[in-house]
Design a protein around this ligand. Structure first.
Ligand SMILES: [Zn+2]
Length: 345
């Protein structure tokens, strides 16, 4: 079904769930693991409702880092199945209500070592476990994201294909235009396409302005569908990814990124630029909140449920239209003086 949607038009993705839930007080910065789906499912549900109402057509299950290696680090490995299953169950409920699709979600495993064949088997088993637990609750396709080794991406792709699911594989690029195992952008994505990826893309680390040049090279090098999911934090050519920005002389990641948050206008511009470039799946990653997604949707010409509450600055008392403001103030003064029934509206 994701393939049908992509054939018809651009598909709009969601924002950065883990960072949004951290800001809302339900995920701890540092581990960034998603026990929230078990401990506060209502918080996850509300956030996904917020993204759906903002126009996201795909809701990613909040299972980032919900794999054995990371959960073990925080003493939550006993919850592996529950977190993966509950995350998809929540996403499914919201998705069905708003006619969205559910993407199962996998990420870098932290066990993969290009030189250690045993680690490849371990990574595969982690992917297989997560895929199994998530599929039981009904996913429409899988996204494997934030993967920096082509070798690890190939393992994720093989696992998703073995489960018979459509696969979107997104690689993360920090400083360079090649993967950590030294494969240049064009070759990495061509390899994934040749191995059967339905959608290839780039996500996280870079802001839209610094991601799109790489996306163009990806777009030109493959014939399958393509995706971009940049962070909504401003980066610079000298510091091209968000983990190394500095604020007040210190590294801003992850707690002092607020001054780097992109405006809704910048994210709207990104959506248009990506569309023009021929990117098929246009989403966002860390830092992107529902207001960014709504601005992206509206830039693409869409009216979404929350467009009802889109800006109406002409109604603002100070910066709005003066005639209207004068009329409104006059109405209020009249009502205060003479009572509501004696003032014409
Ligand atoms: Zn991210």
């Amino acid at each position: 079904m994701i393939i049908d949607r992509l054939k018809n038009s651009v598909v709009l993705g969601d924002g950065g769930a883990i960072f949004e839930l951290e800001r809302r007080g339900y995920v701890s910065a540092g581990p960034f693991t998603p026990q929230v789906v078990v401990e506060h499912p209502e918080a996850v549900r509300q956030m996904q409702v917020d993204f759906a109402r903002a126009g996201a057509e795909v809701l990613q299950a909040v299972t980032y880092y919900a794999h054995e290696e990371k959960l073990k680090d925080v003493g939550a490995d006993g919850r592996l199945e529950q977190i993966n299953a509950d995350a998809v169950r929540i996403a499914r409920q919201v998705a069905d209500q708003y006619s969205c699709l559910v993407a199962g979600n996998l990420c870098n495993t932290w066990v993969y070592d290009p030189k250690d064949a045993a680690s490849h088997a371990k990574a595969r088993r982690q992917f297989d476990d997560q895929i199994g637990y998530q599929m039981n609750q009904g996913v429409d396709f899988f996204i494997a994201e934030t993967i920096e080794y082509l070798g690890e991406a190939k393992i994720a792709l093989a696992a998703i294909r073995a489960a018979g699911q459509p696969a979107m594989i997104t690689l993360g690029f920090k400083k360079d235009d090649c993967t950590l195992d030294g494969v240049v952008v064009e070759d990495a994505f061509k390899t994934l396409e040749d191995l059967g990826a339905d959608i290839v893309g780039i996500n996280c680390f870079r802001d839209p302005v610094l991601m799109l040049p790489l996306a163009r090279r990806m777009r030109d090098g493959v014939s399958c569908f393509t995706a971009t999911q940049p962070v909504a934090y401003r980066c610079t050519p000298e510091k091209p990814y968000f983990q190394i920005q500095e604020h007040g002389g210190k590294v801003a990641f992850p707690l002092a990124l607020d001054p780097f948050v992109l405006t809704r206008f910048e994210m709207a511009r990104y959506a248009l630029d990506a569309q023009q470039m021929g990117i098929n799946f246009i989403g966002a990653c860390c830092g992107a909140a529902p207001h960014h997604i709504r601005a992206m949707a509206e830039a693409l010409g869409r009216t979404v449920p929350n467009s009802k509450y889109s800006p109406a600055l002409d109604l603002h008392t100070i910066i709005g239209d003066s005639t209207h403001t004068r009329e409104k103030n006059g109405q209020i003064l009249c009502e205060q003086r003479y009572g509501k029934d004696n003032c014409d509206r």
